[in-house]
Design a protein. Structure first.
Length: 200
């Protein structure tokens, strides 16, 4: 005879309801504490606060001290843990380069290589696509050739090329240089053909 498991889930412990009652205040505190963050980073910090507060709450429940669990205290503790680089499920590894804990303790930062300052002069040189099969000499030659090619262009064409090389869109270039998007597309094609001719 086959026994079919009951579709009814096991009853939840009492502390679930207690924590859910505290949750809105914890989330509100986290939103305020991380108001300086934007988008995904802010949402991540808020969810991390909830997870950290839950871990602390469960620790109190296990010690029989659920009655002294206050939402503001749990939230403040969780925010302090996050600001200290302590995340639920992650160990603090001072030797891990990407760990915020290691970065803070050893006083260094890690920046992305695929982002650049668009206001920086010649920022295009930092975002040239590098073929991982190319050696340093070939990459250096490409940068020199590109610089020489830019220098050979008329002033306006050079400004457009640098603007587009920084990753700007056709429409943004059209607005900046007060021409139609179609003209920028034509110019982009002409510039690409001129560059290809130089590199042959």
């Amino acid at each position: 005879m086959v026994r079919i498991a009951s579709a009814c889930p096991a009853p939840r412990p009492r502390w679930h309801r207690v924590f859910l009652a505290l949750l809105p205040q914890i989330v509100q505190h986290a939103k305020f504490a991380f108001r300086h963050l934007r988008g995904e980073a802010r949402q991540d910090a808020i969810q991390e606060t909830v997870a950290n507060a839950l871990v602390a709450f469960v620790a109190l429940v296990r010690r029989g001290k659920m009655s002294i669990a206050y939402p503001t205290v749990l939230a403040k503790y969780a925010v302090a843990q996050i600001n200290d680089g302590r995340r639920v499920g992650n160990s603090l590894n001072v030797r891990e380069v990407l760990s915020p804990y290691a970065q803070r303790l050893k006083n260094f930062t890690v920046d992305r290589l695929d982002r650049h300052d668009k206001n920086e002069k010649n920022a295009w040189s930092e975002v040239l696509i590098e073929d991982h099969r190319a050696g340093p000499a070939e990459i250096a030659c490409t940068r020199i050739d590109f610089s020489d090619w830019l220098a050979s262009l008329k002033r306006r064409d050079r400004r457009v090329a640098e603007f587009l090389a920084n990753g700007e869109t056709t429409n943004a270039a059209a607005r900046k240089f007060r021409v139609s998007a179609g003209r920028i597309s034509q110019l982009r094609k002409e510039l690409a053909e001129k560059l290809a001719a130089v590199r042959r």
